[in-house]
Write a protein that binds this ligand. Structure first.
Ligand SMILES: Cc1cc2nc3c(=O)[nH]c(=O)nc-3n(C[C@H](O)[C@H](O)[C@H](O)COP(=O)(O)OP(=O)(O)OC[C@H]3O[C@@H](n4cnc5c(N)ncnc54)[C@H](O)[C@@H]3O)c2cc1C
Length: 380
């Protein structure tokens, strides 16, 4: 007997939402993605895709494209902030691929987003549709949007990011704790470095209470990205936002005394963005009935292990596996199975990430990079 396809509304066309849409569409489900933004903008940021994330990108059919455009660092290096002494070196390149079955990519966030979007049929995503409310019935979910329109579906997946409106509607206002730290980030043409200290491997410069991670984001190494983390005045507040601007002079002052290679990067950067770093405890649950959260909406984490988007991709794969061959009445159980499978791992990554010690010294990354969401056992 043929399976009756289920209709699924996905909130948010970010990395997690689009990956989920691509995978569920292929299974024959009827998918609609609702994104609040009027268009996709090219946010100036780099992103690391470790082998556990690349295994999902492979299943989406975009690995070969990313192999051509992404930077593939030979090593991940940790260095002391002033002397430049190397404290740890993790082989990447061919070595990481041989060990974990997939490469490690460094790329521009917008290029990653565009690649995942290319795996989603064009008519699936509706832009300019900000979800403002939803009501669950016995057999469906009714969604309402800021423009007054509504839609209904058998199920709703909320991939609406760190400020998830759906999470708040399900669980009330969240209690995010400001870490007292901020991240500055920027991308800029390598030519601005004038041939001086152009980074050739992914490097993390460790100060006593602040750091900088730097790497090229293109195969040609002609675009450089850096992201920092440093203390900020307790009274200072800004949104966790990809568009909030930072002050270059303040950034340069707070890295005074760092190694000349860091100074060269700070001098060359034409502009920076600033992101407040918040901490959250793992949520008690990820959904209710026919509604479930995915990605940053359910496990926001500090960026210190570069695993936030990777976790959203793993979620997408595991959730789509749980929904395979499921019909309407099996949705709630499939969502519970997804949560039970994913939560132990994402909670462990959340907690480890907040320590900010990943790869500082010799580190065995196999529990993170060796995971394969395409074949990992599903909790029964
Ligand atoms: C400085 C920094 C560096 C990072 N570096 C890395 C890295 O190297 N590697 C890595 O794996 N991760 C990294 N991360 C984490 C990563 O960016 C996130 O974990 C990832 O983007 C989460 O994806 P998502 O799909 O859950 O959410 P998002 O990508 O944030 O997508 C959410 C989407 O939902 C939409 N939306 C929100 N509300 C509504 C609504 N009401 N209605 C409709 N649409 C809505 C938003 O507009 C957005 O498009 C980094 C994070 C930071 C802050």
């Amino acid at each position: 007997m043929q399976r009756k396809p289920i209709s699924i509304a996905i909130i948010g066309a970010g990395i997690g939402g689009l990956a989920t849409a691509a995978l569920l569409t292929r299974q024959g489900h009827v998918v609609r993605v609702f994104e609040q933004a009027p268009a996709f903008s090219r946010v100036g940021a780099g992103i690391q895709m470790a082998p556990n994330a690349v295994k999902v990108l492979r299943a989406l059919g975009v690995e070969d494209h990313l192999r051509r455009i992404a930077f593939g660092s030979e090593r991940a290096v940790s260095r002391v902030w002033d002397s430049g002494e190397i404290t740890s070196e993790l082989p990447l390149g061919d070595a990481v691929e041989a060990e974990f079955g997939a490469p490690y990519f460094f790329l521009h966030r917008a290029d990653l987003h565009a690649a995942i979007a290319s795996a989603v049929p064009g008519d699936v995503v509706a832009l300019n549709r900000k979800l403002t409310g939803f009501v669950q019935g016995e057999h469906s979910v009714t969604l309402t949007f800021a423009d007054g329109r509504s839609a209904s579906a058998d199920a709703m997946i909320a991939a609406d990011g760190v400020h998830s409106h759906v999470r708040e509607m399900l669980m009330g206002p969240e209690h995010a704790h400001f870490t007292g730290r901020v991240a500055y980030r920027t991308t800029f043409p390598a030519s601005l470095l004038g041939g001086v200290h152009v980074p050739t491997v992914r490097t993390k410069w460790w100060g006593t209470d602040r750091h900088m991670v730097v790497y090229p984001v293109t195969a040609a190494r002609d675009v450089i990205y850096f992201v920092t983390s440093q203390p900020e005045k307790a009274e200072w507040r800004t949104a966790e936002s990809w568009s909030a601007r930072g002050d270059l002079d303040e950034l340069r002052a707070s890295f005074a005394g760092f190694h000349p290679e860091v100074q060269a990067l700070l001098k060359a950067a034409p502009e920076v963005h600033k992101w407040a770093l918040f901490e959250r405890d793992p949520l008690p649950r990820w959904g209710e009935g026919r509604v479930v959260l995915l990605g940053d909406a359910c496990h926001p984490m500090t960026p210190y292990m570069a695993q936030g988007a990777a976790s959203a991709l793993e979620d997408a794969m595991v959730l789509s596996r749980c929904l395979e061959r499921v019909e309407g009445e099996g949705i709630a159980a499939a969502f519970k199975r997804y949560e039970a499978t994913r939560k132990p791992r994402t909670s462990q990554i959340q907690m480890n990430s907040s320590k900010n010690t990943w790869l500082k010294g010799e580190t065995d990354p196999s529990w993170v990079y060796g995971y394969d969401a395409c074949s990992a056992a599903l909790t029964s």
